[in-house]
Design a protein around this ligand. Sequence first.
Ligand code: 3Y8
Ligand code: NAP
Length: 247
Amino acid sequence: MRALILGGTADASLLAAEVARAGLDAVYSYGGRTRAPADQPLPTRIGGFGGVSGLADYIRREAITHVIDATHPFAAEMSRNAVDACADTETPLIALERAAWARMPGDNWIEVANVGAAAAALPQAPANVFLAIGRQHIAPFASKPQHAYTLRFVDPPEVPLPFAADVIVSRGPFTFDRELEMLRAREIAWMVARNSGGDGAYAKIEAARTLGLPVIMIARPALPERQRVDSVAEVMQWLGHSTRLGA
Ligand code: 3Y8
Ligand code: NAP
């Protein structure tokens, strides 16, 4: 057995720790989006494979017998490539996918399908807006330059931004108190978020609820059907190694 973990999330790190503890033969893969990704207790590769064919070649060359897609729900291209490459190479694939956040009493959400619709959903009147959607997909907000934007990136921006904005550089996970303090200090009136699920980014949603802030919530992209679980234990069972309870 030799597993490939498509990682890059907190859940993938938890899985890597369990796989290493079980002494399984596995490789952890980052896409190479950040300058200094967290170290993993497994042999690690960084960067794209080169599309579906590149991933299929990697699977064959490295004698991978199991692929776990533990990427982020918005890492749609990677997930789609994994489905196709595993079909081409007849390699078992499972996705470790956290549940989407559900709207709770007190949440003031405007649910939209994509980042373009999120920009369209912002008001015309100038406001203080927090964009908690990273760096890669902020261009549509250049259509509403009247707002005072706060962005949050993992690394400092390397290219000029498509609109004036203040950038917080922080990789998370984030805490409720810090999120509340930041939203109040910046007098944020609107938040834009993606429905990432998981705990690592949820604190801002709770802080918005506390402050009664409207949150424009971007729905997840559609993904092809594949076996999905939402716990590390289920992945370990799938790999043929039930986790030792409490170990
Ligand atoms: C490179 C690995 C850990 C993992 C931390 C989780 C939690 C914090 C929430 C906000 C939202 C956002 C962003 C976010 C979260 C965790 C987790 C999660 C959102 C790292 C990581 C990599 C990335 C890539 C990065 C994206 C960006 C997205 C920032 C490591 C830290 C906004 C997603 O600058 C860039 O190019 C950043 C790109 C993809 C989305 C985007 O499009 O900009 N994640 N995030 C992975 C790789 O190279 O393969 O550097 O160690 C992982 C984490 N990001 O150790 O606890 O949910 O797992 N990451 C979103 O919309 O939710 C932050 O600010 O509130
Ligand atoms: P994406 O748009 O779905 O993927 C674009 C391309 O990046 C893929 O086709 C692949 O290139 C490469 N890639 C992505 N993830 C990879 C991985 N784990 N290992 C090797 N190559 C990878 O991906 P993304 O949304 O930019 O996410 C990139 C990474 O950040 C992923 O590891 C993801 O888990 C992590 N992350 C993303 C988000 C988010 O909001 N998207 C949030 C938290 C963490 P090739 O086609 O060349 O193989």
